[in-house]
Ligand binder design. Sequence first.
Ligand code: HEM
Length: 446
Amino acid sequence: MQIVTRVHRGSSLRVRLPRSAPLPAVVQTYAFWRDPHAYLRWCRRKYGATFTMMPLGKPPFVFMAQASDIKAIVTAPPDVLRPGEGGAVIGPLVGRDSFMLADGDDHLAGRRRILPGLHYERVSAHTQMVREIVQREVTTWPLDTPVALHGRLRALTLRVILHTIFGAGDERLDELHRRLLEMFSVAASLTLHMPALRHAPPWRGIWQRFLAHRDSVHALLAELIVERAHSRTHDHGLLAMLLGPRHVEDGTEAIGDVRDTLMSLILAGHETTGSELAWAVQLLAYHPAVMQRLVRELDRDSDAYADAVICEVLRHRPVFLFTIPRAVAKPCEVGGRTYHPPAHLLGCVHLMQHDAEAYVQPETFRPERFLDEAPRVDAWMPWGGGRRRCPGRHLALLEMRTVLRTLFERLTIEPASARLETARWRTVIVTPGSGCRVVLRKRCHF
Ligand code: HEM
């Protein structure tokens, strides 16, 4: 263990932290931003399962890849480790009243309001809606030419979450969809991670455009929320459930609260699933034997292999490399060390899911490993855990199954370049770096 002296928010702190690369913060930040998978692998090789990163302008980040440490992090009481504070990067997207940024009782109250709408039975009732959206979108994808599918997959998952929230049959959802895509174009920029850049060219322009798009999204959302609040008897979407008996008028605090909850669901519900699907498409394009077996099994109407493929995609390329950073609020012990504020603790799911002690050939994409054995809870955590465990996983799985089935009913995929794409950051998740470029071909049915 090394002693690290850090100056943070004007105060000099002497804290004991696990080892960190002896590189300036700017170099560490750049390396992690440039190729997060490679940097994490390198740190693990050099420093073991627990190491520290010094991100520029932020408190120390302690990465932990041991399953027992990750469990300790995600189950720690909220007055000891605060995920709300650690998730501040997404604040401008979801809004300050989002339950995702809250801790303790406020977080739980917000979470409880959305959970009934995302239960397995409730989500299963959306199967036909998801199928129709997927079929409509997939038929518009160009064939026989390289196409970057990530944007198209995000557009698809955004439609699904909007229909889940608002129900079907409102033409303004197309306009909301367009405005949201414009607003979320900021997600790939550094301005979310480094607020100081928002005042400097060329980022100032990106930030100003984002604020304008966000205003226009909020205006339309307010209109839809107020209208639904007055006519909720005809409505079967998640919003009706969320509104409950509340009286909501434009310009009131209640509308800000509902709007920020919706923005949280929209962000968490479409960026993640769209990006996980992009990794699935990439991995299948570069593993033709897996793709051929998947097609054969789907033709036989068997979902077992598709489910194994999805588990393996979530293991090998989880979009969240780590659980939401938990800010240390009170001294706490994890894995035999005591941590103090302002350190942040991160459960490094990506490294845990590539541990050679838990998986044979962890760097190989091999869905067969999940055919006879379900994923182990102590070695597979793509949905996170504890009080923050992903509440949208049933919807995400429904979407992933439906996209794979619809895609391979009519198409096959070929890679558009020599190697699997490296990861690129979008907000707090990682996506294929060139936008998931593949070539789609019409399937020959014999
Ligand atoms: C493949 C797709 C998805 C993946 C891999 C994923 C993964 C995750 C992870 C890792 C977390 C954080 C857990 C933690 O830090 O402990 C999370 C939180 C969350 N997810 Fe998902 N998610 C996906 C899809 C969805 C969908 C479709 C929805 C919504 C409808 C959704 C809604 C949420 C929400 C609201 C939270 C915050 C929960 C809280 O703060 O209590 N997610 N997700």
